[in-house]
Ligand binder design. Structure first.
Ligand code: F3S
Length: 638
């Protein structure tokens, strides 16, 4: 009696046992990258000397940094296009859409595995596949044919019953889970959706849920592949990719969460965390300055059509700025065909490119102290580009109704059509460029923004460094390596990018590291939550960070630290965190001793005391760390 997660993993298992907590290695059929993480991943692929990718399908998307107000982004796009053509990778041009939306429409396939250098890669798991977000180096390794190593997660059953009521959406299902379980509740887990309620949800709705499973910290989330999946694939002219897939009746799970869909009401995640969830009814006095609809969470055809139904024949509140970014060119074309685009424009919306846009701080920052309602998945401090803004995460229906009233408003109270024009078929892959038939003739274009990869040195026996920063709980990768229009253009230029590290937490962090010849970071719980961006490990590596001592880590960031040769250590007694101050000199004693046992001594030389730390590392993780990171390790073992 197997659950669906076990079934797919069994088909792809290279090494290990499918027992929660055991190290396993799995074969990855597909990879995806986006431009913010992709340039680095492809430089790493080149450094590994891989000629043609070994996967069934690899796709390089450009969706994050599509602005071209300087040569840097254009340089990156040219590099990405040429490197894809040369190495057997499909290239989705800027403007074609957000990676997860396009991947869901054109490539996601039931029963397959996908690894992507973006934390919301699990969006494609709505199709009944195992899709996992990881650092770029892990994706580069998968393209090189190296199996993906992970700890076998626990598989939690999320049993859905009932049916969503008017005005309540899939976004409210995942917000309800975040309310119950918090941003740490999914760490080391897969959320497998079952029950009669599943049959009431479209693939787009399922994708909203699997997308934001990332906010729970989950390894991935998965829906069965059923008649609804078949219908979706038929409309995409891909019915040949379909197969029915579900858990065996009576399959066992490591836990159960039950949600009655008919009992849910509209919810919002309040500033500054996706799990600060409250009912919309409790927020109705809050005035709204901006509404942003789109992102990989809520930019599919159905979401856009629901927004059109709400806005039809109406105009938005004069004090609200409404921006809409359809998730893909396919969606945009459908909005034109159905007349929904005209509804948006008449209502007073501003239409943005099919890209991540405001979700990653690329334009549309709210005004100072402004309130912005967004259908996105993250509302971390500073991510919008305005530190004093308050960002609320809501469903498309809540966002649209609130744009009309100017206040956070409950869509269940408004009478609008729940149905919309049947989805017309529009398939046009002309902005997805296949790899070259003559890769030997392709020259890789390296403009001045494409700088060589920084190298790390081998790990020393003892790490003797100062604490260059001490941080609280739930530090995100946005805190460590911020995004936004000022920073993202330098994702292939680590020297420059490193000057922005912790820019909202500590001024001149890079100078402090340089003055102290690197250092150690001390942090609270769930360090490195959020995006998969490996720059949050790579830039600190460049600044000489040798260890991070935290109460706990987020999964992808933990793996990224190892990949870049930074030792992740956890306090054995969390109370020891309190005794450390910034600029204390710490000595991590006998790092190679971790091969023998997972506990290590850390001396606080400034305070003249010592405490214990621990790690959850395999032998191979330690080999990688001792070599100074995965690239050195791969080179040494080739
Ligand atoms: Fe893009 Fe935001 Fe999703 S940056 S991939 S739309 S989380």
């Amino acid at each position: 009696m197997e659950n669906l997660t076990q079934k797919i993993l069994k088909e792809h298992l290279i090494k290990g046992e499918l027992k929660a907590g055991s190290p396993i290695e799995i074969r990855m059929d597909q990879t995806l990258t986006q431009d913010a993480t992709g340039t680095m991943a492809y430089m790493q692929l080149e450094a590994m000397g891989v000629d043609q990718v070994k996967t069934d399908l690899s796709v390089s998307y450009v969706d994050h940094n599509t602005l071209q107000n300087g040569f840097m982004n254009a340089d990156d796009h040219a590099y990405l296009q040429s490197v894809a053509a040369k190495h057997g990778i499909y290239f989705s041009k800027p403007g074609n859409g957000i990676c997860h939306q396009v991947h869901l429409e054109r490539f996601a396939t039931p029963g397959k595995t996908l690894i992507g250098s973006d934390s919301h890669t699990p969006t494609s798991s709505a199709m009944g596949m195992i899709a996992i977000g990881a650092g770029g180096l892990d994706v580069a390794k998968a393209m090189a044919g190296i199996p993906y190593r992970l700890t076998m997660p626990e598989v939690l059953e999320v049993r859905l019953t009932g049916q969503l009521q008017h005005g309540v959406s899939a976004k409210d299902i995942i917000l309800e889970l975040l309310r119950r379980l918090t941003v740490k509740g999914g760490v080391g887990k897969v959320f497998e959706y079952t029950g009669e309620g599943v049959k009431t949800l479209s693939v787009y709705q399922r994708a909203t849920i699997t997308n934001m499973g990332a906010e729970l910290g989950a390894t991935t989330s998965i829906f069965p592949s059923d008649e609804i999946t078949k219908e979706f694939l038929t409309r995409q002219n891909r019915v040949k990719d379909w197969q029915p897939l579900a858990a065996d009746p009576g399959a066992s799970y490591d836990g159960l969460v039950e949600i009655d869909l008919s009992q849910l009401s509209p919810l919002a995640a309040c500033p500054n965390s996706p799990d600060a969830v409250k009912p919309i009814s409790a927020l109705s006095q809050i005035k709204v300055d901006q509404v942003a609809i789109g992102s990989c969470t809520n930019s599919g055809y159905e979401d856009m059509m629901k927004v059109a139904n709400v806005l039809k024949g109406k105009t938005i509140n004069p004090n609200v700025s409404l921006v809409i970014s359809p998730g893909s060119r396919q969606v945009l074309e459908k909005l034109i065909e159905t007349g929904a685009l005209s509804v948006f424009i008449k209502a007073g919306a501003r239409i943005l490119e099919c890209a991540c846009g405001p979700c990653i701080g690329m334009g549309q920052s709210p005004k100072s102290d402004g309130i912005s309602l967004r259908t996105f998945n993250r509302n971390f401090y500073g991510r919008s580009g305005t530190l004093s803004a308050g960002i609320y995460l809501v469903s498309p229906e809540t966002a649209a109704v609130s744009a009309l009233t100017g206040y956070i408003s409950d869509p269940t109270q408004l009478d609008y059509e729940d149905t919309f024009t049947a989805e017309p078929i529009f398939i046009d892959d002309s902005m997805i460029l296949p790899p070259s038939d003559h890769p030997e003739d392709v020259e890789i274009i390296r403009g001045p923004n494409i700088k060589p990869l920084p190298q790390n040195t081998k790990m020393t026996e003892n790490i003797d460094k100062k604490v260059v920063i001490k941080l609280p709980d739930n530090i995100t990768t946005d805190h460590i390596a911020p995004a936004g229009a000022k920073v993202l253009p330098y994702r292939s230029n680590i020297e420059k990018l490193s000057t922005f590290v912790f820019m909202n937490n500590k001024e001149h962090f890079d100078q402090i590291c340089k003055a102290n010849n690197g250092g150690i970071i001390v942090a609270g719980e769930n360090y490195g939550q959020g995006s998969s961006r490996e720059h949050a490990a790579l830039a600190p590596m460049y600044l000489g960070i040798k260890a991070v001592l935290a109460k706990s880590f987020a999964r992808i960031h933990h793996a990224n630290l190892i990949n870049f040769g930074i030792l992740p250590l956890e306090f054995v007694d969390k109370a020891d965190y309190d005794a450390i101050d910034e600029m204390d000199e710490l000595e991590v004693v006998n790092v190679p001793g971790l091969y023998e046992q997972p506990i290590i001594e850390v001396k606080d030389l400034t305070k003249n005391k010592s405490f214990k730390a621990t790690t959850q590392l395999t032998k191979e993780d330690l080999d990688i760390l001792m070599d100074g990171g995965a690239l050195n390790y791969i080179r040494n073992h080739q």
